[in-house]
Design a protein around this ligand. Sequence first.
Ligand code: FMN
Length: 441
Amino acid sequence: MGSKMNLKSVVIVVIAMLLISSFPVTNVCRHSSISPILIKEKTAHSYSLPPPKKVDIPLEIAIARRKSVREFNETPISDEILSTILWAAYGYINDEKRTIHGIEGYAAKIYVLKEDAVYFYDPVNHSLVFYKEGDYRRRVAQYEAPIQLGIVWNKNKSSNENYVTAEIGQIGQNIYFMANALGLGAVTTVGFTLSAIGLPSNEIPKIIMPLGYPKCPYNFTYKPMLLSNLPPVKNSTMSLSDAIYNRSETTTWKGEINEQEISQLLWAAYGFSYYIDNCITEKNKIVRHRTIPSAHAYYPLKIYAVTKDGVYRYVAGLYRYYMWNLPVLHSLVKIRRGDYRKEIADASSMPSISSAPLILISVLDIRMTKGMIGLWDDFSGEEFRWLWYYEAGASAYNVLLEATAWNLSANIAFPVDSQAILNVLLLNQNFLPLLIVPVGE
Ligand SMILES: Cc1cc2nc3c(=O)[nH]c(=O)nc-3n(C[C@H](O)[C@H](O)[C@H](O)COP(=O)(O)O)c2cc1C
């Protein structure tokens, strides 16, 4: 009986081997050093994410709750939560439209570092693609967390580091917003260490965002700005998910813009939260956060507003240095009279913005990136410019969402003649215009 079974097994194995050797070898196997067995293992690890959750928190509350979280507990993150955050960060709304504005043709990619392995997010299939086995989280992270999100610049898609980072700034905003709306937290950190996962040569690590549930739960008190010549910021009826889903962009505008709308848009661009943060820890000493993060909290941008009546500068604090930048203001200061929208439009990548009732311009004050008399790092060199484009992208994205919530439509344009823009804003060579955001009906 036993010898009969053995003979039968041998016959089956021989037939199977003959069959396998007669199958044509696919191109993949011919040209790749990866064995078919390895491919099978990788496919087994990749998996589809569940549909993202709808988050009902009003957009302004999500923006006002934005803060950097650096200490996390060990509560695991469900696939549904991860799905919602990744979709907001870089997913698709429909076949053509994505959750963020593609400044550089969507030249970013998000790696997801989990306990078991490294994956990357595939926005088309809304899935996690297996990349590498092993726990790399501690090797790359400044702050330990259940998940590390690593965002890279794909040089094959764009050679413009600054504009790609402006795109990543938008991704970062949606990670902050969705994470905090779902009770989690994150922080933007500089991501060079991501190279430890072994990136392809065309991918340059830029940002790492640890993601998890905060050790110190969110705890805010509503305390709006003391001094303001702009109407107080109101909450709209639009939820965070709806604002992301319905992001409204146009290249033609009409009509006027009112004071309340200007107030909302400037606040979203660079204002201080109307909340006081009661959760002060060793790693978070900021009592009143701003609507976007900033490397070393330098906050070196100035937001200019150009309307048919004149050129204005948004003032959101009392003094230039960060620790003395008392967050009690939400104001607009007139720089000059007259309608300069055509001059700005002609100096931009989108001449049609001359019809927009409001044009916001983020301008880098290079002096504010030097650090304080040797006490802080000097980030004023060209090689650090991308840090400030991250911030400008984050600010522009907030305006796109806020415009949507107020039934307005916006866009993102670039300076093509920076000197002409500086001339209109009465600024010298210490300043550099980064992005232009037209808004209106
Ligand atoms: C481009 C960029 C890089 C940053 N890098 C780091 C970092 O490496 N480590 C860190 O702890 N925070 C980093 N931050 C976060 C800032 O320190 C933080 O936004 C700032 O202190 C303000 O605090 P808040 O975000 O809690 O309001 C970075 C922020 C940006 C925008």
